[in-house]
Design a protein around this ligand. Structure first.
Ligand code: CAA
Length: 293
């Protein structure tokens, strides 16, 4: 089966990155969000990120224009998916929102279309089960920033066929990513390790083991991570981390995955990291300033 047209649901951090790499690889893309301001913001981010490539002479002005020209911003879900060969969903990690969206997509997308979720932890099998095509349902987990990170985790649900896996592998390779195949389990492979590791750094901050900047420096230089765990927490979004931690506790029934109280308190305060301007660092000035806890 040949994929020509991809519908990306969600124009946020992940959605616009996915739309960007798909369009750059030559696919026609419809990028859908629920409000014009989200679509506009997503398009502006794609343009800004393409311009980075232009400045570094990795792409030409013509490639930039062609890539942008392949992306159509859409508000109506039916319109977005009606002639798609592949639908990639990157909407918020709220189970019922995802299930409702998939029911609607299943009604409107062509019968042959593959449905892929970019969820970072939610069960692929649970989402597949609300559609009439669970064999064509799959997890396609990208990493942030999508244009830079080289991996797609492919997650097989209970009914996902090998043919579906094959097509998604091909699409992932075409958009420039390497793939790993993971059987369904909460957090798949990467977040299974990443989320407890970041949480442990937050527990250490909560206990006064080190300051935010020292903990980040320790892990950056001591383990050669590109970003320290608290910078990374702000980058991923503290709301996302809290959501995944709570989901892990529910699914594994194991308290070892519990979220630190500090993380929960920060999310309640609206300190969800870079996107809100405040998290482990304060982003209101020229350079991020570490907060004290
Ligand atoms: N879009 C496009 N390109 C970007 C970009 C973006 N948003 N951010 C950075 N880049 C590009 C830069 O232009 C630069 O390109 P060149 O190499 O061509 O110069 C390159 O990436 C490196 O960027 P910088 O020099 O500005 O900064 P850096 O060296 O610190 O790298 C980083 C930035 C790539 C984000 C790096 O810090 C990094 O890899 N951090 C870790 C990111 C990570 O772990 N992501 C996974 C998060 S977990 C997740 O996403 C899954 C989940 O479910 C929670």
């Amino acid at each position: 089966m040949e994929i020509k047209k991809i519908a990306v649901l969600g124009a946020g951090q992940m959605g616009n990155g996915i739309a960007h790499v798909c369009a750059q690889a030559g696919y026609e893309v419809s990028m859908r969000d629920i409000d014009q301001k989200f679509v506009d913001k997503g398009m502006a981010t794609i343009k800004k990120n393409l311009e980075r490539g232009l400045k570094k002479e990795r792409i030409t002005q013509e490639e930039l224009d062609t890539t942008l020209g392949r992306i159509t911003g859409v508000l109506d879900l039916k319109e977005a998916v009606k002639d798609a060969d592949l639908v990639i969903e990157a909407i918020p990690e709220i189970v019922n929102l995802k299930l409702d969206t998939w029911r609607e997509v299943d009604e409107s997308a062509p019968e042959h279309a593959i449905l892929a979720s970019n969820t970072s932890s939610i069960s692929i099998t649970q989402m597949a089960a609300v559609t009439k095509r669970p064999e064509k349902f799959i997890g396609m987990h990208f990493f942030n920033p999508v244009p830079v990170m080289g991996l797609v985790e492919i997650i097989k649900g209970q009914a996902t066929t090998d043919d579906t896996v094959k097509v998604i592998k091909e699409v992932s390779h075409k958009v420039g990513k390497k793939t790993v195949l993971v059987n369904e389990a909460p957090g798949f492979a990467v977040n299974r390790l990443l989320v407890p590791a970041i949480n442990e750094a937050i527990f250490a901050i909560q206990e006064g083991v080190a300051t935010v900047e020292d903990m980040d420096l320790a892990i950056k230089l001591g383990l050669n991570w590109p970003m320290g765990p608290l910078t990374l927490a702000d980058f991923v979004g503290l709301d996302t981390l809290l959501y995944i931690s709570d989901y892990f506790v529910d699914e594994f029934k194991d308290g070892k995955y519990r979220a630190p109280a500090l993380l929960r308190k920060m999310v309640r305060a609206g300190w969800v990291g870079r996107k809100s301007g405040m998290g482990f660092y304060d982003y209101s000035g020229e350079t991020p300033e570490p907060n004290r806890f």
